[in-house]
Design a protein around this ligand. Sequence first.
Ligand code: SF4
Length: 314
Amino acid sequence: MATNNKMQQYYHEAKWWRPGKGSAIQCSLCPRFCNIFEDRTGFCGIRKNIAGRLYSLAYGRPVALHVDPIEKKPLAEFLPGTWTFSIGAFGCNLACSFCQNHHLSRGYYDDEKEQGAYYPPDKIISLATIEDCKSIAFTYNEPVIWAEYVIDIAKLAKDAGLSTVLVTNGYVTQDTASELFPLIDAANFDMKGFSEEFYGKMTGGKLAPILEAMKYYVSLGKHLEITNLVIPGKNDSDEMIDAFLGWTKENLGTDIPLHFSAYHPDYKYRESPRTPAQTLINIRDKAVSQGFRSVHLGNISLPAQVRKQESWTK
Ligand code: SF4
C-alpha cells in the first residue's frame, strides 16, 4: 500500500512514448528517442519505464523555486520590471561539458527516498499569485523534459491571468512542441554554438532540431529571445557568429532580441578562459551592424565607461 501511495504521489504517467525495441519502450519527447528498459530511466534521468509504462519522475517535484526579476531569465522585452515565479527540476536531455547549472541538470530523483514536498500545478499557481508575480517561468534545468508538468501548470496559469515563460535548449520533437509551445507566452532559447560539430562534441546533441523548434515557435507568433553562451576558442569564431546571425536574420528576423553571455570554467570543460568583455562587445557590434535591433550582454561586469554598451536596443 505504501508503494501504491508513493507511486500515486511521485510517479505521473508520461506522454509521448510507444513500444520500443524488445521489452523497452521508446520516449519520443525529444530527438534522442531513448529506448528505455524496465526500471531504467532515459538519457535525461527523469523519465522511467515502470512495468512497461513511461512515467515522469519530475512531475510535481520541483527542486528549485524562486521569485526572480524576469530580466534574469534573460528576457529583455517581455513584461519588463516584473517578477516571475521560477521553478526548476532535475535532469537534462543534453550533456554540455561546460554546463553552468550541473547540480540540477545532473541531479536525479532517488526512488528510495522521499525527496521534498509535492507541488501539484494548482499549488504553483497559488504561490505565484501570493508572491505577486506576473508570470511563471519554467527554468533552471531543461523544462521540456518535464513538459507534462509544464503543460498542466500553463493551462491553469491562463485562467489565473499569469503569463508563462520557457527557458529552454529547444531540443524537442515536433509532437511535443505542438502541444507545449502554444501554451507558452515568451521563451528564451539557449543556442549553444552554431555548428553541428560544436553540438556533437560539446553537448552530445544536434543543432538542426533546435533550429526547427525556434522556427516553429516563432511561427506561432510567440515572443522569442535567444541566448548564446560565448566560449573562447570554441564557439566565438567570426565564422560561427556570422553563421548564427545570418541564419537568425533569414529565418527569424532582426527584431528577435539576442543575448550574448560570458562563460566561466565549470563542470567538465575548464580549458577555455573566462570570456573577455571585449569579445562580447565585438559580437554585439557585429550583430548591430547586421541590423539586429536589440542586443544584450550578460554574465559580465563591464567597466563603467563602457557599461552603457551592455544593452543596445533601437
Ligand atoms: S526526454 Fe529524456 S527519456 Fe525522452 S527521449 Fe529525451 S532524453 Fe530520452
